[in-house]
Design a protein. Structure first.
Lengths: 235, 259
């Protein structure tokens, strides 16, 4: 059974079509890159997947169910949608403590995940003093709190410096080695090329290619395949 | 219970919430303690009468509920603050059943509003007692005024905390919600009370004053409590407003995407 399924997903805002009859599957235990230019509809599709947005048509499934139907989703799916998801006046610990209390997760997990994303030293610092890279790491820490089987990451490399991107690659690899399904969206290919098993390429709301990296690229570099398939330059 | 605990935790972690608690208590203290001074500054207490009259002394203590404004602001922050800081995404991803989340937020806002008003009203009554001590000719307050003021503080704290949270959920924009609430309470309600008393008695201020059961009037400022509703009816109206807005917020939040 696929870990994530999009079936005929369409999302419109007024007359603008953000996602257009999008169908794709993410296989369990693999790292799948969700690629597309800016504005291709990646974030909208992910927001529909985790029930933040209601599809105009079609449906999404994660671990065999709609996201809202998952029992205590924090313990099944870890989600990183943007780095703004923390109260700036609260410390890293306090922000995560709120999330553990919402999900009934043991608070001992907080120090574990902070160590995992190398933020243990910033445990009692207020988030308003965090760099963008630190906020991204804190977002990843929050996604790991419930030890989920699936990670959904939307543009996790945004704003990261080269060292941060290298760290992120290592992080995703380590999650994959544990058997976690990772679904990671990005419009930057270099950061993903070496770590993804499969790719789904979306452009103007529609799937233009999906499959293993080898199937989609046909042996050419991912960037060249992406440009050919989307018919546009990278932003 | 788990969600309610998380929401209460959010409130206690935020400095702004403690700031509102303190501001509510200070506002109540200043409002109550300054009333004898203002009334004594004119011969007939601005038309309300002198401190030698029991109903005038009662009206001093009635001001102890004035921290309700901050209970409502606190309620607004409980929900609209989540959208302002972007934490709404994390909240609704953690618990995608929006109705449960909003219900927990409203109960937490009602609880926090109650706590604020209990502290503020208590502090206000204490400050009124001290301030009246400087006026040896002041009459003894009625026993009922303390019970009624406490009741008004409790009901207003719960109702306005929930109402604020519902308005925050409906508007989502913290700035718009806060400005809207302040405009309503400081501009529209006073105008209604003084210029259109038949409508003003249904205003939040009118209902809270009615719960206190004050019997005052002043030709000078064109104010009378004669036509106000009964305390019981006022409590029902106040809780009814909170209930109606809470239902509206719950219904609309199901249909809207979270940004």
């Amino acid at each position: 059974m696929a870990a994530i399924v999009f079936k005929g997903l369409t999302k419109t805002y007024g007359t603008a079509v953000a996602v257009d009859n999008f169908s794709a599957e993410v296989q369990p235990g693999r790292v799948t890159g969700f690629l597309g230019p800016n504005g291709a509809g990646k974030s909208t599709a992910l927001r529909c997947l985790v029930a933040l947005a209601t599809p105009t048509k079609g449906r999404t499934r994660i671990l065999g169910r709609g996201y809202r139907k998952l029992k205590n989703p924090q313990t099944r799916v870890g989600v990183v949608l943007d780095s703004r998801g923390f109260h700036p006046g609260l410390t890293a610990y306090q922000n995560l403590r709120v999330l553990t209390s919402m999900g009934g997760i043991d608070k001992s997990r907080i120090d574990e995940v902070l160590a995992e994303v190398e933020l243990a030293d910033a445990r009692n610092k207020r988030v308003k003093g965090f760099s963008l890279g630190m906020k991204q790491r804190l977002s990843l820490a929050s996604a790991l709190l419930g030890s989920p089987e699936v990670l959904v990451l939307d543009e996790p490399a945004n704003g990261l410096d080269p060292a941060g991107i290298a760290w992120l690659r290592g992080f995703i690899k380590s999650q994959a080695e544990k058997g976690t399904t990772v679904f990671v969206s990005s419009h930057q290919l270099a950061e993903l090329e070496t770590i993804v098993d499969d790719v789904i390429i979306i452009n103007k709301g529609k799937v233009v290619a999906a499959g293993s990296v080898a199937e989609v690229t046909g042996g050419e570099p991912l960037e060249e395949a992406f440009l050919r398939l989307t018919g546009s330059g990278l932003s | 219970m788990r969600l309610l605990g998380a929401e209460l935790r959010k409130i206690t972690y935020q400095r702004a919430m403690w700031g509102l608690m303190i501001a509510g208590a200070l506002f109540s203290v200043l409002g109550t303690a300054s009333t004898p001074v203002i009334l004594a500054s004119s011969e007939d207490g601005l038309g309300f009468g002198t401190l030698a009259e029991q109903n005038v002394v009662d009206s001093v203590y009635a001001n102890a509920v004035s921290g309700y404004i901050f209970a409502m602001l606190l309620g607004v922050l409980v929900v609209a603050g989540e959208f302002r800081h972007g934490t709404a995404v994390a909240t609704f991803v953690a618990v995608p059943k929006r109705g449960r989340v909003l219900l927990a937020k409203m109960v937490a806002a009602g609880w926090a509003g109650l706590t604020l008003q209990v502290v503020a009203t208590g502090a206000g009554i204490g400050s009124g007692y001290i301030a009246l001590g400087f006026y040896p000719d002041a009459a003894q307050a009625s026993q009922e005024i303390f019970i009624n003021t406490a009741l008004s503080g409790i009901v207003s704290g719960v109702a306005l905390g929930i109402l604020g949270a519902a308005i925050g959920a409906l508007l989502r924009s913290q700035v718009v919600a806060l400005i809207g609430v302040l405009l309503w309470l400081f501009a529209i309600e006073p105008i209604l009370l003084l210029l259109v008393p038949e409508a003003g008695k249904y205003s939040l201020t009118g209902l809270m004053t009615a719960i206190v059961s004050l019997d005052v009037e002043s030709d000078l400022v064109n104010f009378t409590t004669d036509s106000f509703l009964s305390p019981l009816l006022s409590i029902l109206f106040l809780l009814g407003y909170a209930f109606v807005f809470a239902i509206l917020a719950l219904i609309t939040s199901m249909r809207r995407d979270i940004d």
